[in-house]
Write a protein that binds this ligand. Structure first.
Ligand SMILES: [Zn+2]
Length: 367
């Protein structure tokens, strides 16, 4: 992963590249900003750039096989690593041209980083934790995982100038795990960098935040989200439609796609429609609330279309009232109001105003 492959975030990426160039890297950093905008790929690109050797990796021709003596057979049984078939060329070789502060993508370190097997770049997340503790994946990062991380930070780098630890979605750290991390964040060993990524940094203890250098990532532009969706194989009209609802996040775009598909299955007037819709919401109440917000954004976009198409008269007045009400509901969604209630009111009031469910998810708004 090189910085050049990251879409958007130009200013933030410039800042990260200048840290790589100068080598003045804060020992603890937090990459924060909305979910699904590329904080984790940026952390990977930063780690790769720090450890890039810019010396091209080439395959060495294998030496001719030699007759094995008994000694070498015994030596092999000592679990000595076999002679590598490949090696880096000496540093005297021409370096790989890379943009300043970025990784080359071609040296041994970059190739290892790309394959996820770099011994000095460690990613700590719930999937990794499940493998480490030999248990099912859980939503939280536990103190045992942080203890293991602390142990690794005390080891010397294996082949690179920097040891980089990326704690992905750090808000998953339980409070005890956060407390266990404080000492390492405050005084990590030399040439060690800890990067936390977080969509909700305020879910972390203030003692964690005060020890981390903040690096902010903002929402992506609509055109960048559209281009990324196209690159992921979305049809052009679908990419455009979802990008309009994505609020600058690929994760939100996927969420909007799911909402549209679920809304399409509801029937107007069905008394259990809000419950049917809610059955597909994520179990995590924060994520469920985020989906309801996306639904409200979708409703607002379509109500605005219906409003501007209506001629002055009772219909226009109904849409004006509905628009005001939906804006109010959208504001309430940021507060601690039951999202089920918001969902029910939105669907009910849209129908009352004469806006059918099909219109609530109409596509013409995006063209
Ligand atoms: Zn490289």
């Amino acid at each position: 992963m090189t910085f050049t492959r990251i879409s958007g975030h130009e200013k933030t990426i410039r800042r990260l590249r200048s840290l790589v160039e100068t080598g003045r890297v804060p020992p603890a950093m937090i990459f924060h900003g909305p979910a699904g905008i590329g904080k984790f790929p940026a952390a990977l690109a930063f780690a790769a750039a720090l450890n890039c050797t810019r010396v091209p990796f080439v395959e060495k021709t294998s030496p001719p096989p030699q007759e094995e003596s008994l000694d070498t057979l015994f030596a092999a049984s000592e679990a000595a690593p076999p002679a590598p078939q490949t090696a880096e060329v000496p540093a005297a070789q021409p370096v790989v041209p890379a943009q300043s502060g970025d990784s080359c993508g071609l040296c041994n370190s970059c190739l290892q980083a790309k394959s996820g097997a770099h011994p000095d770049i460690r990613i700590v997340d719930t999937a990794f934790q499940a493998a480490l503790l030999n248990e099912d994946e859980s939503a939280n990062l536990k103190i045992d995982t942080v203890r293991e991380l602390t142990r690794w930070t005390q080891q010397k780098p294996m082949l690179s100038p920097w040891k980089v630890f990326i704690i992905r979605d750090a808000e998953a750290l339980v409070p005890q795990a956060q407390n266990a991390l404080l000492k390492t964040l405050e005084a990590p060993p030399a040439n060690t960098v800890l990067i936390l990524t977080a969509a909700r940094k305020n879910a972390l203890l203030s003692t964690i935040l005060s020890r981390c250098c903040p690096v902010e990532f903002g929402p992506l532009s609509r055109s960048v989200v559209g281009a990324l969706l196209l690159a992921q194989g979305a049809a052009p009209d679908e990419a455009q439609r979802l990008a309009a609802l994505a609020r600058g996040s690929l994760e939100k775009a996927a969420e909007a796609g799911g909402i549209i598909a679920r809304l399409a299955k509801l029937r107007a007037g069905d008394p259990s429609r809000a419950f049917k819709f809610a059955a597909g919401l994520p179990r995590d109440s924060h994520l469920a609330r985020e989906e309801v917000k996306t639904l409200l954004e979708l409703a607002l976009a379509n109500i605005r279309i219906a409003w501007s198409a209506a001629e002055a008269g009772p219909a226009k007045n109904r849409y004006t009232a509905l628009l005001r009400r939906t804006l109010e509901l959208r504001r309430m969604a940021d507060r601690n109001v039951s999202y089920m209630q918001l969902l029910e009111i939105t669907l009910l009031e849209s129908e009352r105003a004469g806006l059918k469910l099909e219109e609530l998810l109409g596509t013409e708004v995006f063209n």
